[in-house]
Design a protein around this ligand. Structure first.
Ligand SMILES: O=C(O)c1cc(C(=O)O)c2c(n1)C(=O)C(=O)c1cc(C(=O)O)[nH]c1-2
Length: 246
């Protein structure tokens, strides 16, 4: 618990310390994914569940956009919507995520129907969307700051998966390449905003808590996958059942 006011740079250090301790690159499921320890069915389950996160990001950004007070902020946030939804059908991050699920042999209509989702994925993603909708603009922006840490995990994931899985190609992982430039741009803006606007102890605490909350969202998504699909698999009724273990 922070009891004294931090300088903007101390606040940044405290945020980075949260990522170093809690970001989902430390989760055993992530390590297994990029070390090549999973079978195709388990990678399918990851991609299918993660689709819901990707598809919900533009909805959460749209709800925040509506509450932003200046044209400058809205312009910045609008870019995120375009990155994810694209500017025409078939473009943007969500469409590129579907190339990944296609490449893994999943039926597109089934992925988009969300029918195979784990309950844990649904709850975690919805908690994030609700958090952004209901909390202050400052907390909502702070909750996006996990993206400070995503370029490292994405690089690890792409090189690890290409190296370790015969069924993964550069093309199926095309989602991630633009994120390596988009995420730093997004997180630099969000970090500067938070450093400028968190001016009281309470505001700084709320920013730190928002980042912890978001690390928990990402962590619990991987917990749900780990519990359901890694031996001994305990797949909830109705959730995706891989056909193949190959
Ligand atoms: O691959 C990842 O591990 C990862 C993590 C995160 C993140 O840290 O929230 C995002 C993404 N990817 C991502 O692709 C993405 O578009 C994204 C948007 C956001 C956000 O909170 O607004 N996080 C993330």
């Amino acid at each position: 618990m922070t009891t004294q006011l931090l300088t903007p740079n101390e606040l940044e250090q405290a945020l980075r310390a949260i990522g170093a301790e809690r970001y989902h690159n430390l989760h055993p499921f992530h390590r297994a994914l990029h070390d090549g320890k999973l079978n195709k069915g388990q990678v399918q389950a990851w991609a299918l569940n993660r689709y819901y996160y990707q598809a919900s990001i533009p909805a959460k950004d749209a709800s925040l956009l509506a509450r932003l007070p200046t044209a400058e902020l809205r312009r910045e946030w609008r870019r995120r919507l375009e990155d994810h939804d694209g500017t025409e059908p078939g473009s943007g991050g969500v469409a590129r995520w579907l190339k990944l699920t296609d490449g893994l042999g999943l039926d597109r209509a089934y992925v988009e129907s969300l029918e195979g989702l784990l309950p844990g994925t649904k709850f975690a993603v919805e908690a994030y969307v609700h958090f952004v909708r209901e909390r202050s603009v400052l907390e909502a922006i702070a909750s996006s700051l996990t993206e400070l840490f995503s370029p490292t995990i994405i690089s690890e994931r792409v090189s690890g998966m290409l190296q370790n899985y015969a069924f993964i190609t550069e093309e199926t992982l095309a989602y991630f390449k633009p994120r390596l430039t988009q995420a730093p741009q997004d997180s630099a803006f969000a970090l500067a905003y938070v450093k400028e606007h968190a001016r009281t102890v309470e505001q700084q605490q709320s920013v730190l808590n928002a980042l912890k909350f978001k690390c928990g969202v990402l962590w619990s998504m991987l917990d749900a996958l780990d519990y359901a699909y890694v031996t001994p698999a305990r797949i909830p009724p109705g959730s995706f059942r891989p056909e193949t273990a190959a």
